[in-house]
Design a protein around this ligand. Structure first.
Ligand SMILES: Nc1ncnc2c1ncn2[C@@H]1O[C@H](COP(=O)(O)OP(=O)(O)OP(=O)(O)O)[C@@H](O)[C@H]1O
Ligand SMILES: [Mg+2]
Length: 273
């Protein structure tokens, strides 16, 4: 169980995350939605301690992870794997090596290149690739794969970390709808089969509704809704965001019903309030 209490992160005058208190039950898949600048990425970065909170605490199974440092902090970071919009793979290395890099987080700051991976680590990586239907690409350079395949490699890499939580920051924002579906399916599969808690930032409410057990909606650093997807009615949406559609990006100017293939910069421009 992940518990956030009065969590706050300020950057100068901006309260990126502002007094957030919420509990995420173990094994749930939780979608975080909100416009650009709402604080979604900052929230995930606080959880895996990429940034330090200005105030508040983060408890995981009762332990305050904001107090961890040294080896304990490294182990915590390994147990909450991050997935990013831009995949973060080493493009010139093959897929298998990229996945094995996920083990380094677990083992310590040894040079990946100099390091020889053990047989069982290789077996773990191969198994993860197989689960994500990527075995035949194992020896291909990561940069030659499609975006959707690269994101699934990133998920395989996260899996071999043996995480307890997976933090995915807009994992499908750069993908076309077909690849987006495969990536979201993969996230849900590992959530269901491995019991890994998934916290996923999404721009599209529809995706959150389809895949997530619960939805958290943020606005200006604050949680403005937390509950079951079915509870996020058109009326609530209207109250929160001033829109009544439920199937498009959280932006009045976007009317497409698809997962809009916007680039981040386009998306930012469009969603700037
Ligand atoms: N390192 C930083 N320095 C200064 N301000 C920051 C920093 N990181 C985030 N912010 C600010 O905090 C606010 C929340 O940013 P955040 O990236 O968490 O939003 P977001 O919901 O992830 O947006 P997006 O959908 O565009 O990714 C924004 O106003 C942003 O400009
Ligand atoms: Mg973000």
């Amino acid at each position: 169980m992940l518990e956030l209490y009065s969590l706050k992160k300020s950057f100068g005058q901006v309260n990126a995350v502002d007094d957030v208190t919420v509990t995420i039950e173990a094994g749930q898949m939780v979608g975080i939605i909100g416009r650009s600048g709402a604080g979604k990425s900052t929230l995930l970065r606080l959880v895996n301690r990429l940034i330090e909170p200005t105030n508040g605490s983060i408890l995981f199974n009762g332990r305050d992870i904001t107090k961890l440092w040294g080896r304990d902090l490294r182990l915590w970071r390994a147990s909450c794997a991050m997935i990013f919009q831009q995949f973060n793979l080493v493009e010139r290395m093959d897929v298998l090596t990229n996945v094995l890099i996920g083990r380094v987080a677990h083992q310590g700051p040894l040079s990946t290149v100099a390091r020889r991976f053990r047989e069982e680590e290789r077996a773990l990586a191969v198994q993860a690739l197989d689960r994500l239907d990527l075995l035949s690409q194992a020896l291909q350079k990561a940069g030659t794969l499609s975006g959707g395949q690269q994101q699934r490699v990133a998920i395989a890499k996260a899996l071999v970390q043996r995480p307890e939580i997976m933090l995915a920051d807009e994992p499908i924002a750069s993908l076309d709808p077909a690849n987006a579906t495969r990536v979201m399916d993969a996230l849900r599969k590992i959530n269901r089969e491995d019991g890994i808690t998934v916290l996923v930032n999404l721009h599209t409410l529809d995706t959150a509704r389809t895949y997530c057990d619960r939805i958290i909606a943020m606005r200006a650093g604050r949680i403005v809704f937390e509950g079951l997807p079915a509870e996020l009615t058109r009326e609530r949406l209207q109250a929160i965001y001033g829109i009544d559609g439920s199937d498009f990006e959280l932006d009045e100017s976007v009317t497409s019903t698809a997962i809009a293939p916007l680039t981040t910069s386009q998306s930012r421009q469009k969603t700037m309030a």
